[in-house]
Design a protein around this ligand. Sequence first.
Ligand code: PRP
Ligand code: ORO
Length: 178
Amino acid sequence: MTNPDLAAAIDARCRLHGEFILRSGQVADEYFDKYLFEGDPQLIRRVAEEMQPLLPSDADVLGGLELGGVPIAAVLGQLADAPTVFVRKKAKEYGTRKLAEGGPVEGKHVVLVEDVITTGGAVIAAAQALRELGARVELVLCAIDRRPPDATGLADAGIEVRSVFTRADLDAARANAD
Ligand SMILES: O=P(O)(O)OC[C@H]1O[C@H](OP(=O)(O)OP(=O)(O)O)[C@H](O)[C@@H]1O
Ligand SMILES: O=C(O)c1cc(=O)[nH]c(=O)[nH]1
């Protein structure tokens, strides 16, 4: 497991219990509120430090996904000295009308940065949009991968996932804490 102390800290801070409607429409009895670690300067830095070795050397640009992927991408971009763009769910309909803010993506190897992956739907949508803009997108780095072990959607879309924590990592951290 990646850094059990950090897993325990993230789990203790972010795992909420209740009834939650997820982005995908699924209903879950647990929710990882990423903003509770992203707002903590020490925790977000520690997560980004764990993510840095997962970043391939041929990445041109980090692409932080609105909203929760953006702060992680910004911190990782600082640590790795990597140019970073901020990928909206939908391009603005005024101003520059951009989907990806912060620099060009055409012809670039864009590595996505996401907070939580449940079905991969948000990542696939962002990857498709960036590909339409001419980017090469084949990898997402995420803080928490809570997909079921048999999920294939991202692989089917040609996207590899490298996560700091899987759901199993956080479950193990929780079990150790009990
Ligand atoms: O893998 P999926 O099934 O797509 O679910 C995970 C997505 O859902 C959340 O997005 P949401 O739009 O709720 O969050 P945010 O704007 O607060 O980041 C989360 O940040 C991921 O982007
Ligand atoms: O699937 C989601 O929408 C989701 C799950 C989760 O645990 N945390 C989150 O921010 N979003």
